[in-house]
Design a binder for this molecule. Sequence first.
Ligand SMILES: [Zn+2]
Length: 416
Amino acid sequence: MEAEIAQPRNSSLGGEIIGRIDALGAISETTDNLTRIFLTPEHRAAADLILSWMRDAGMRAQLDAIGNVCGRYEGERPALPCLMLGSHYDTVRDAGKWDGPLGLITAISCVADLHKRGRRLPFAIEVIGFADEEGVRFASTLLGSRAVAGTFDESLLGSRDHAGVTMREALTQFGLDPEHIGAAARARSELLAYVELHIEQGPVLEAENLPVGVVSAISGATRLSVGLAGMAGHAGTVPMALRRDALAGAAECIVAIEQFCRTDQGLVGTVGYINAMPGATNVIPGRVSFTVDIRTASDSHRKLAVADIVRQIENIAKRRQLVLQVHVTHENRTVPCASWLKRQVAEAVGAEGYRAFELPSGAGHDGMAMIDIADVAMVFVRCRGGISHHPDEHVETADADTGARVLLRLIEGFRM
Ligand SMILES: [Zn+2]
């Protein structure tokens, strides 16, 4: 059977998007991998390039008070509220080039397409590139979107990077005024919605054989720090029945957490760090600490699950005569995507000929901050093998193109 000949499309945005992904991916503090961190010369170079793309797309564009790139494409009349599109352009260390930039570049390409056709809409479109989402430099995430949402924590200005430079100093060196971050904040009345396209960073769309997906919610997360104390002792002299081995107890806890999460639909749980003391081949471990990360797309579900997991850990510790300490080190609420927006994303996906498949985002995104000033929706694009935060991160050109067509359709058909 002959291969099906692809129908020519009116607009293929995929090629331009890939070219720009490569151009932005080349701006890195190291030559052999990609690292682009907040308030560095690479941040500046990337911002300049993105601003030039925004202006080419018919937008008025500038940096805001925290270093976000902001572009505005007016609607049928000036000063209309906007549909805000965006993502981040900072990276983790040794990153892939798609995480963040795909959403930002796709949004710019959609606006460029409207501009080329002279199309104005009954609302403005703003495209925003957040300067810091990953939080690599100052160990605090979502700095760019929090500034826009008006929830930036000013006490972070005193936090220091690895070299001892404070955020206040770094902002000043970059040419920004740390006392005026408040100027980046936007009012709810200025925004109709915030929509972000992003790579999935997981393997679900690939398994479903779909190029795009409709995000149902950004999962909330609870992180625990667990300490178990038993009794250290000689590995040769203490009989098994008389031991209080903290590491064996932790191992039982970890398997119990895995079992629990496996049998509970929608729940993911990870023990990503463990430390055993004193940590010698011939000594029974006396003290262990480990972390637990629990996520799911409903806050009540997550809270019940965490309570259940803690109860199981307590039982294991009690049976093994281990002294237990559990601390909640981090808690993030779930950010549900708005139904009225999800419906419109699903329609756009359907109109492109794909099944509208809903999935939660297990990873955090700027929508977690933007929810404070706008309803939020997200479109996920399939990435190869679900690999992200890694140089092997990859999106097929056809999938980038499908994502762009979905976003463009969403914009043009957007109902407030
Ligand atoms: Zn990201």
